[in-house]
Design a protein around this ligand. Structure first.
Ligand code: 2PG
Ligand code: MG
Length: 399
């Protein structure tokens, strides 16, 4: 859902996205329920924006982002934004930030104070809840890191994506080149290795074997069975130890350097064991485990569960809370990957946030479909405004 904010000198517009594989600890996205729009309507959230929120914010200084966001939190008064809806608060919080930037006549990234262009993780093969192909792992991403600029890295990712299309068409037939929620292909691979083989082939066909690495988001809560405390991957049941061995052997066979949500959203210690086991080789990224929430993140830091945080503003509901999570990571020398959602919009604020917070990494889906390319296009625009040495390369990745 989208919100507009106007002042005498500025205007800001922003939209909150939605996710298919939401973590249970995320802030609540308020939907109407009932029959209209199949229950997915957001008229309650919209009236919260036009009513309570607009009344409270009228006359407020739009450059005081912390003040605005704590007002939103107080107004909501719940732990998970369930009264106003995190979709309402996210859209307003980001629209205020965009409005403050417009008052200054600068892009949001400049207002946030950063200038590092992130390395993109491009999700080129979709599985899990983002596709209907029976592949257990949710996201298979190419990670072009050894390039001298963002645009070169993006070009390489895009070339690999198109070469992958040809390989899939040959192997599975041209009817298999339809795409999943995040713009990646969704062929009926029989196993995780099958999917990774396709990616490796596409990368080497393009001549990037040394320069483009691989990343995965397992979104393991989606194949975790709480009753038996086991995971079902590629048709096999695995204990968390077996799953850890599975990841370790994948990391041996393929150039995987980033692994997100390898275990379910409560598995702080399984994350920690894997992080230690793969230390120096693979970054372990926490998404559903930490949900961009400082409390959950502190617990994960205490348990040494992560190397990097996946940052999604709508998981927590305001920009300031997301920035606090990023700052806590910085303090603890952890990385931050700014992320889109599977149910994205044309809003490109996450591109500015990735640069503005100097995160060094972004994931925003395949180089395909306007809601994904909007973010990459915004990064290309920002690149034109920054000095030529602003690309983070591998520097934001914490192994
Ligand atoms: C994830 C996200 C984005 P969703 O799990 O990281 O890729 O998916 O928005 O469905 O939660
Ligand atoms: Mg994830």
């Amino acid at each position: 859902m989208q919100a507009d904010v106007c002042t005498a000198r500025g205007f800001g517009r922003a939209a909150s996205p939605s996710g298919a594989s939401t973590g249970i600890h995320e802030a609540l996205e308020l939907r109407d329920g009932g029959r209209k729009w199949g229950g997915k309507g957001v008229s309650k959230a919209v009236s919260n924006v036009n009513g309570k929120i607009a009344r409270a914010l009228r006359g407020f200084d739009v450059s005081d982002q912390r003040g605005i966001d704590s007002l939103l939190c107080r107004l909501d008064g719940t732990k998970n934004k369930s009264r106003l809806g995190a979709n309402a608060t996210t859209a307003v919080s980001l629209a205020c930030a965009q409005c403050a930037a417009s008052e200054e006549g600068v892009g949001l990234y400049r207002l946030l104070g950063g200038k590092k262009l992130p390395a993109p993780m491009l999700n080129v093969l979709n599985g899990g809840k983002h596709a209907g192909n029976g592949v257990s792992i949710q996201e298979f991403m190419v990670f072009p890191i050894h390039f001298s600029s963002f645009s070169e890295a993006l070009r390489a990712g895009s070339e690999v994506y198109h070469s992958l299309r040809g390989i899939i068409a040959k192997k599975y037939g041209s009817q298999s080149t339809g795409v999943g929620d995040e713009g990646g292909f969704a062929p009926q691979c029989r196993s995780t290795s099958d999917a990774l083989d396709l990616l490796e082939r596409a990368i080497s066909e393009c001549g990037y074997a040394k320069k483009v690495k691989l990343a995965m988001d397992s979104a393991a809560s989606s194949f975790y069975d709480g009753k038996t405390s086991s995971y079902k991957v590629d048709g096999k049941r695995m204990s968390s130890d077996e799953l850890s061995d599975f990841y370790a052997s994948l990391a041996k066979s393929y150039p995987i350097i980033s692994l997100e949500d390898p275990f379910c959203e409560e598995a702080f210690s399984d994350f920690a064991h894997l992080r230690a086991r793969l230390s120096g080789k693979v970054q372990v990224v926490a998404d559903d485990l930490t949900v961009t929430n400082v409390e959950r993140l502190s617990q994960a830091i205490e348990c040494k569960s992560l190397s990097s945080l996946l940052l999604k503003v709508n998981q927590v509901g305001t920009l300031s809370e997301a920035i606090s999570a990023a700052m806590l990571c910085r303090k603890n020398r952890l990385g931050v990957v700014v992320s889109h959602r599977s149910g994205e919009t044309e809003d490109a604020s996450i591109a500015d946030i990735a640069v503005g917070l100097n995160c060094g990494q972004i994931k925003s889906g395949a180089p395909c479909r306007a809601e994904r390319t909007a973010k990459y296009n915004r990064l290309l625009q920002i690149e034109e405004e920054l000095p030529s040495d602003s690309f983070a390369r591998a520097s934001g990745i914490v192994l």
